[in-house]
Design a binder for this molecule. Sequence first.
Ligand SMILES: [Zn+2]
Length: 395
Amino acid sequence: MSKIYPKVDKETQIKYRKGELGDLLKKHRDTKLNDIKSELIDYKSKNLKLVNYLKYFNPVEELYNELTKNKKSKKSYVRLNDIDKKSSDKVSNVTVKTIAKIEMCMCKVSYITDFHFENKKIIEINRCNNRFCPMCSKILSSYYALAYQSVVDYLIDEYKVDIYFLTLTYPNVSSNDLEKSIREDSRLLNNFLVKNKTMKKVVVGILGKLETTYNNDRKSKSYKTYHPHYHYLIAVPKNIAKENCWMLEKDYILQRWREYKQDDSITQVDIRKLKHKNEYGIHTGVLELTKYIAKDSNYLINKDVFATFYNSLKGKRQYRPSGIFKDAIKKFKNGELNNYIKDQYVDYVYKITYSHINSNYEIKEFRDLTEEEKVIIQLSYKDSIVKQFNNSEQD
Ligand SMILES: [Zn+2]
């Protein structure tokens, strides 16, 4: 977004879109269009895998269709749902509506791109917003990165704080223990980092995030185990002398974390000041924090792994803000931190719409953006990030 590409005159743009330019440019364009298509096909196949898993664990939909052939039998659906919830080998809280929404996800996707297709952005998509949908979670994580970077910049400006990036881990757990472990962590971490008097001496705000990975390496000792871990952004006023921040030393945190978890085999904690930003002005720590709750390459490995991930993470809060982070996020949601949202300086010229038809993606529309659309895209950019952030929070 910080890259600025040379402007290209209107006539050349139209020729380019129609493929009337030199072979080299035409080839470049076709390659880029195909790349987008391949990416969509890839995401859609993962999305459909998710649908299949959900249907496998919740065959209620087929039964529902069977049972509702006539109006009378619709009543029995209520009972069917009750049975579904009690059964232990289901993934919980999945309704026919949820499945249908995920199935419809990405059936139409519109991008805007610059002349060279170096920058592309989705501007319209029918999204399911499900936490386990690979496309939706990818889109959401980019909104989260922009949102939390704005929050961080605001806190540094207004509250004169340093932000630390803390990572807490512990040895891998089995499929059976994952849900219980994550549930317990929530309480422990709150006691350790938020309520703890020692921490309160210097820490004025915290934003935590749960992330879980799966070990699929046959050669590893931890093969087929799960690795929940936590990333935190911690705000500490700059004017607090370094010697008073001893509770943020790595050794101290490790020792206390072992005590809280009652596990001396814990060896890894990491804490460092947030420093480096990428080319888009986002701190590497913020990117790490917002990337995902679980990788699709992990939770879509097979049905059993999926059920473990789904049942352990469903309903768990992904982000846990407190103190000045909580206040700042509220402000962000109200649109009060829009000045802190990183601007984009891309000269978007095309709109391309892909439709999902017969397990393929076809280009339904490829046209120049009107001058009016360009202005609207620019002006609504920040509001749309706030809106998307608010929508995802209700999930
Ligand atoms: Zn989706």
